[in-house]
Design a protein around this ligand. Structure first.
Ligand code: NDP
Ligand code: PMR
Length: 400
């Protein structure tokens, strides 16, 4: 059924049968349209964005000083004599739009969670929270730019100063740059997609593990959002360019595009592949965390594919025609589409459902929206590769 989709698009785009290699899809010819006309002029807006970010950082630091008082997870002296659980405290990265925002909303609505929205654009996040109708007492916005390791460390300091406990961390933010002809880089000079989606989150979660460990909440969790497109054991994961970390030579060289490739496998830059590779790193990192820390800390480590949320900002850099056709394609052809609301409820389950406490698991949902433990591809479940990615990432983010 899904294969019929191929006939809707240009002959340059041929869909491979599972497990078989195929003609390489050049992103520049997706739907038969040249992307160059659609590339945005980044320059004029970037200076302005820098200034806004500086401002955001300052506001973030001030905000974090509005200290919240820590209370034990179980309040023994509730007025009616019953034991009550305090509000859970969850950090969600990239909660200013899409899945992160929908998850923040779903959790805040229960009245059982305080959501720390860890976002690179303070004002956007505030506006998003307001327009989603999240009540003021249920969220705090704190500045975090995952494309800067200094910002990650600053966020951790600010969070600690806020005095809030950390019960659940959700690594959700991501960038996807399918039309980029040349790589762009994080503050430390890592290719932007892997630098943001993987390395920024790697440092954040490594540092915050200590805080999670201190929490007295009954179920502590670290969740890293994965995706079907990083899993080559699926049809979606076989749409070229396919994820492939190779022998990690580019990662070992620092992904800087100077004395090393900007791609993990050492190949030519390809923005769509870089995103998929970053998702493989996300799923490998979750499992490596599980192997290293689950037994000792009792923390649940999990990943998930929430469904295809074809309407989110993730596709903002894609050509307009893709953005127009992608939602109906996913709704009517692949039937993999989910709304932002539904996807938010799914991730909220992984945050809070007592039935989803199993660690080391990659969750997915079936047609009836029931969760199940899914199989990762061979590469995304390769323990040896996970260990190597962990060791190399430690060096790049300055932990080793
Ligand atoms: P969105 O673009 O709507 O959300 C991504 C969020 O990440 C935004 O809030 C964005 O901030 C934030 N972000 C980007 N760069 C940074 C940065 N440097 N520092 C801090 N935050 C940053 O996309 P989605 O909601 O779709 O994506 C959320 C997650 O879901 C991602 O991990 C993605 O891989 C995953 N996913 C998405 C699927 C889909 O079909 N959409 C399918 C499978 C997985 P800002 O608002 O400022 O741009
Ligand atoms: Mg894909 C069951 C089939 C299925 C599913 C669930 C997805 C999800 N996709 C499927 C099939 C196909 N896609 C087929 C047959 C094609 C060829 C026509 C196709 C194409 C396609 C493109 C060009 N799909 C895409 C793109 C993107 O640019 C998206 C991407 O790879 O982002 C990294 C994407 C996606 N398809 C999905 C999902 C969930 C995505 C996007 C998001 C992600 O992984 O985060």
């Amino acid at each position: 059924m899904a294969l019929q989709a191929a006939s809707l698009v240009s002959p340059a785009l041929s869909v491979p049968k599972e497990g078989k290699s195929s003609v390489c899809l050049k992103d520049s010819s997706l739907f038969g349209i040249s992307f160059s006309d659609h590339l945005k002029s980044e320059f004029s807006s970037s200076t302005l964005r820098c200034k806004v970010r500086e401002l955001n950082q300052q506001i973030g630091a001030i905000r974090a000083q509005t200290t919240a008082t820590e209370s034990p997870a179980v309040n023994k002296a509730a007025p009616d004599g019953k034991k009550t659980l305090r509000k859970g405290s969850v950090v969600i990265t990239g909660a200013s739009s899409g899945l992160g925002l929908a998850t923040a909303k779903a959790l805040a609505e229960t009245g059982k969670w305080h959501v720390i929205m860890a976002c690179r654009d303070f004002l956007k996040a505030e506006r998003a929270a307001k327009s989603a109708g999240i009540a003021k007492e249920n969220y705090t916005v704190m500045h975090l730019d995952l494309a800067s390791l200094d910002s990650v460390r600053q966020f951790v300091d600010n969070f600690r100063q806020s005095g809030r406990p950390l019960d659940v961390l959700v690594c959700n933010a991501a960038v996807y740059l399918p039309t980029a002809k040349e790589p762009t880089f994080t503050a430390e000079g890592f290719e932007l997609s892997v630098g943001t989606n993987h390395l920024g989150h790697f440092l954040l979660s490594r540092l915050l593990l200590e805080d999670l460990n201190k929490s007295d909440y009954p179920s502590k969790r670290l969740i890293i959002v994965g995706s079907i497109t990083g899993n080559t054991n699926t049809l979606a994961g076989n749409v070229p360019p396919k994820a492939n970390l190779g022998d990690l030579r580019g990662l070992a060289g620092g992904l800087n595009g100077l004395n090393s490739s900007s791609m993990i496998d050492g190949g030519e830059f390809d923005g769509a592949k870089a995103y998929k590779d970053s998702k493989v790193c996300n799923m490998l990192t979750m499992q490596e965390f599980h192997r290293r820390y689950h037994e000792e800390t009792g923390i649940t480590f999990a990943s998930l594919y929430p469904g295809c949320i074809a309407t989110t900002g993730l596709f903002r850099e894609h050509i307009p025609l893709f953005r127009l056709l992608f939602p109906p394609f996913q709704k009517f052809i692949t039937k993999g589409y989910v709304s932002e609301d539904e996807a938010g409820k799914r991730l909220a389950q992984v945050v809070s459902e007592p039935s989803l406490t199993k660690s080391g698991v990659y969750w997915s949902w079936n047609k009836n929206s029931a969760s199940f433990e899914n199989q990762l591809s061979q590469e995304a479940s390769d323990a040896e590769k996970a260990r190597k990615v962990w060791d190399l990432s430690e060096k790049l983010v300055g932990l080793a």
